[in-house]
Design a protein around this ligand. Sequence first.
Ligand code: ZN
Length: 338
Amino acid sequence: MRVWMLQKNGTLEEQDRPEKVTEALQIKARVSKVLLTESDKSLMLGRDRSAIFPIIPGRAAVGVVSESCDCGIDLPKGSRVYLHPIFSCGVCENCKKGDSYHCTDVKITGYNAHGFLREFAVVNINDVTPLPSSVSDETALYVEWIAIAESVLDTLECSKGEHIVILGAGLLGNLLAQLLIYRRIVPILIDSNEELLNYAKRCGIYYTFKTDETLYDNVSRVTGGRLAEASVHITDSGIDPSLLFSLTAPRANVVYAGFGQKDLTVNLHAAMQKSCTIHCVTGSKKHIPSAINLLANKAITIPDFRFTYGTPETFLSYVHETADSPVDFRNPYIVKLL
Ligand SMILES: [Zn+2]
């Protein structure tokens, strides 16, 4: 079965590799679509210094069950599934005790475990989630971002009508703002990029501000002078991570959210003065089912995305052609394997 293995020298080699079900709880899935993510891009461009080669890239993927297991879980052959990008190791002390949620060696596809740029993947049945027919393959590829947004929402502990500052109007910031609106919380979305703010407005996000000299006054005006009840910094936004303390009320929850692969230096001086509580949120499998539910309920949308479809053979050249710019989430690139 074909896999596309990234070598240390940056080449992507097609290889034939057996994918056999060997354990009782495993299933086999035919991978149908893989989305190019920022983490795949930095891996394939050799920018990820902690990557271990050779490795199969492909963090975000959907597939179809081709071989189910006889374990009592109803997931028949032919079911469309979201393939989890994060899973527990199965061998650490916590995993052995059955507490995989507190796994001490979490695996991330295309980072410290093989990703999904392959025809078939053998995975634990608990590491896939079935997709309802109302959620398309393309939409399901965004489940990880929505799951992080759900996790942020849990951490913020905010109530209806409260104002939450979000620094970063990229994909995660945009989806988080939509989720807050769905829960009747008021997002204030901030970025230096006017195009991203305009896109956010088209997604129904009302309060959008630029990171300029009017920012404090704008946030103060919207919140009636109280400032935000909690705030979130999207870690890949490129915005000063210390900026959010000046926009947040004293004793508030402050969250740093993202994929955890960027260096981040925060000046805690203002946080100390305001006695803020700081949290870090990255991906976890806990919120995947609720993320899929939100997509099924159309609580979150991804309007006007212009998908480009490629093949494993064109994947690497596309990454190199676009090496100088970050992944544009409004123009996604999808490798079609099925
Ligand atoms: Zn473990």
